[in-house]
Design a protein around this ligand. Structure first.
Ligand code: PEP
Ligand code: MN
Length: 331
């Protein structure tokens, strides 16, 4: 159920209603957005008449969506996630770029310079890599985090990096401006809940075989901790297609924008694995309503320790940023 307060209701009235609901055994959460107090009742036997009479309450109505906190039903306004001054959602498209993995200082620094020079907004790079083969490069761990954070700082870009295990959260949170939860961990519910509590923005990738609803329910695990800074990222799903690495599901982008208030990014690098498709699909992504894209770049794609085949060059990244802008103009 959604409890909406009148625009002149006070924080004390909203907090009082929350206490009242909790005393009645409800699991409820206060959601401040757009200058209006709202309470979402997640579970518990509460009837509208149990709360409708409380001071400041304007309306009580059911929430039909299973992803209650991610749904536009409980928050019609676009959520804007602010990462060190970079706004993701509800405005200009953002571009996150960087290498698949942090390999060493020189590679990361060169990549950071490329990303900055092209005009991208955030630097990405994996220090913990969830690889299909245990024999593939697994990332530099703590050293990788240090290198990425230093490269980002030196060019003035916030950094996004993946956290693969709950035990690493504290360490990764020291260095990351955005915590990435990868496709393979989208339903690692313990990691989602713990990451939510770290208090950082979280970029949640869609699982390889996850439905749109499963993806939004995964976001719900984070939102339920009280952390509203969730960024969704469509990165392609498994289909019968083999020409592309995965199949970019733009309908999921539109659906996520229509049914949820969270910002949505697209990762055409992992979706296609083909540099020649990454630029046109980035344009298509923002034309479809995506709030930006995340792509892989490398100063020497042929030398990359991972995913070099899909890494863009500096020139391609500049073209991509131009196309992303053109796509956004179509909306
Ligand atoms: C990545 O972005 O580095 C990555 C591993 O992507 P995904 O989780 O989408 O496979
Ligand atoms: Mn990669």
């Amino acid at each position: 159920m959604l409890v909406t307060f009148s625009s002149d209701a006070t924080e004390a009235e909203a907090a009082g209603a929350l206490d009242h609901l909790k005393a009645k055994g409800a699991n409820a959460i206060l959601v401040p957005a757009a200058g209006v107090w709202r309470i979402v009742i997640l579970s518990g036997q509460i009837a509208p008449e149990d709360i409708g009479f409380l001071p400041g309450v304007q309306e009580v109505r059911p929430v039909l969506s299973p992803f209650k906190l991610a749904s536009r039903e409980t928050c019609p306004e676009d959520t804007v996630v602010n990462v060190a001054g970079v706004k993701i959602g509800g405005g200009q498209p953002v571009v996150i770029a960087g290498p698949c993995a942090v390999e060493d200082e020189e590679q990361t620094y060169k990549a950071a310079l490329m990303v900055k020079a092209a005009g991208a907004h955030l630097l990405r790079g994996g220090a913990y890599k969830p690889r299909t083969s245990p024999y593939s490069f697994q990332g530099l761990g703590r050293r990788g985090l240090e290198i990425l954070a230093e490269a980002g700082r030196s060019v003035g870009l916030p950094v996004v990096t993946e956290v693969v295990a709950t035990d690493d959260l504290e360490l990764v949170s020291i260095y990351a401006d955005v915590l990435q939860i990868g496709a393979r961990n989208m339903q690692n519910f313990a990691l989602l809940a713990a990451a939510g509590k770290a208090g950082k923005p979280i970029l949640l990738k869609r699982g390889l075989s996850a439905t749109i609803e499963e993806w939004l329910m995964a976001a719900e695990y984070i939102l339920k901790t009280g952390n509203r800074q969730v960024i969704l990222c469509e990165r392609g799903i498994r289909t019968f297609e083999t020409l592309t690495r995965n199949t970019l599901d733009l309908s999921a982008v539109v659906a996520a924008k229509v049914y949820s208030h969270l910002p949505v990014l697209v990762d055409p690098s992992h979706a296609t694995g083909l540099p020649e498709l990454i630029i046109p699909l980035s344009r298509a992504a923002t034309a479809a309503g995506a709030d930006g894209v995340m792509v892989e770049v490398h100063p020497e794609p042929c030398e990359a320790k991972c995913d070099g085949f899909q890494a863009l060059t500096a020139k391609e990244l500049s073209q991509l940023i131009e196309e992303v802008r053109k796509g956004a103009e179509c909306r």
